[in-house]
Ligand binder design. Structure first.
Ligand SMILES: [Zn+2]
Length: 409
């Protein structure tokens, strides 16, 4: 018997996994969102997979771990922070994943599922990390990858996907319409959609849990706080499910408090949390249809697709949301480079700025442990950072080199 079941999160009906035609389908009875039940009786980590996230396969929806395709996702270091003080602060360095971001974890689960379903191609709507992870993991699995985006996406953002073999499709129209259209088309035609929202693909969402497993393994207990940059909301929600798994297994006593960080102009979740909104329709009624552009493109969702899950997760663990400006994110990104030796993407700068605010707020005690999710590498977003902070350099001659070097030492 498999160690997991696919279930409907609304009506709890068990789904026939073998009959699924696309991960974008809902419950066969009520159309509700899908999730997973695991067998918690026999959970052991599997040493055959080294430090990778696949040592946790017994809590992931994969029936046969011997058939896995992997680039070595997970097993990323936990580093003590220098720039953030006031508690025991650590950085979970997800830039060490194969394509430089935490999205390799969910996409690895998705691509392995795609392969098992016999899909020939994996589709995503993305202009960011998901598109790159999809391209890399699909290439590794021998699948085609197709990335869809709205017009006007900078070529520098898309190029890594292309370099990894992805077909690139630009679509005229609004992003929300595109996402909905792609979900409908993949449902109708049995295409494999790997976008990182539960409605697109519930399998990928499980990959985020492995960050929580690693944190507890490394620290020997759950951290007291985890600061997470929030875009679609699925990463934060997945992290909490990971800690809940460990609580159920008796590995942690209580859940950490998760603090989600969103861009100031895209802070629907922060407002929804503060106002106590409990229905998604209420969130959709908040005025975020025409937000100004942000450099934090990976976090800039007017209405995050897994926002309700993220809201519920934050409430379940006593956390909250806070928002930061682009300038705060960029300043933290720069400080991280200079003080930590980590070149991170601007979205990670947002999480670091949020963590600094949390630490100054008086809620965190000095003996408590705070983990900041360092979600992605800055190397892939050079063009964004360079625009805002152009390269400074000195020019000299060989004759004057001695003076210059001594002045700089
Ligand atoms: Zn249902």
């Amino acid at each position: 018997m498999a160690h997991y079941q696919v279930i409907c999160l609304s009506c709890q009906a068990v789904q026939d996994e073998a009959a699924m035609t696309s991960p974008a389908v809902g419950c066969t009875r009520c159309g509700g969102p899908l999730g997973f039940h695991y067998d918690y009786q026999d959970v052991r980590w599997d040493g055959r997979f080294g430090r990778t996230m696949w040592r946790y396969w017994r809590l992931l929806p994969v029936p046969d771990p011997t058939q896995l395709v992997t680039l070595g996702e997970g097993g990323t270091p936990l580093l003590p922070s220098r720039m953030l003080t006031g508690a025991r602060v650590y950085l979970k360095d997800e830039t060490r994943n194969p394509t430089g971001s935490h999205k390799d974890r969910p996409l690895s689960v998705a691509i392995n599922h795609a392969r098992r379903m016999g899909a020939t191609a994996s589709f995503v709507v993305s202009t960011g990390s998901t598109g790159i992870s999809n391209a890399a993991l699909a290439a590794c699995a021998g699948l085609k990858s197709v990335v869809l985006m709205t017009q006007g996406t900078p070529a520098a953002r898309v190029y890594p996907m292309y370099a990894l073999g992805s077909q690139v499709v630009e679509v005229e129209g609004a992003i929300d319409d595109l996402i909905e259209q792609v979900i409908q088309l993949c449902r109708r035609h049995g295409l494999y959609l790997s976008s990182t929202s539960r409605a697109s693909n519930p399998y990928q969402a499980e990959g985020n849990k492995t960050i929580a497993y690693e944190l507890v393994e490394e620290l020997g207990r759950a951290p007291d706080w985890v600061v997470v940059p929030v875009g679609g909301g699925g990463t934060l929600a997945g992290l909490l499910r990971g800690f809940q798994d460990l609580q159920r297994l008796g590995h942690v006593e209580r859940l950490p408090r998760l603090v989600g960080v969103v861009p100031r102009d895209y802070n629907a979740l922060e407002v929804a949390f503060q106002r106590g909104l409990t229905r998604w329709e209420e969130v959709l009624a908040l005025p975020y249809h025409d937000c100004p552009p942000s450099i934090l493109v990976k976090l800039a969702h007017s209405y995050p697709p897994d926002g309700m899950e993220a809201l519920e997760a934050v409430r379940a663990c006593g956390g909250w949301f806070l928002s930061v400006t682009d300038e705060e994110a960029l300043a933290a990104q720069e400080a991280c480079g200079r003080q930590e030796g980590l070149y991170v993407e601007p979205s990670t700068g947002a999480a670091l700025a949020g963590a600094a605010r949390l630490l100054q707020g008086g809620e965190v005690r000095p003996e408590e442990t705070v983990v900041v999710l360092v979600s992605g590498s800055g190397f892939r977003e050079n063009f964004v950072t360079m625009e805002r902070r152009p390269l400074e350099k000195r020019t000299t001659t060989v004759q004057k080199l001695e003076t210059v070097l001594l002045a700089m030492a």
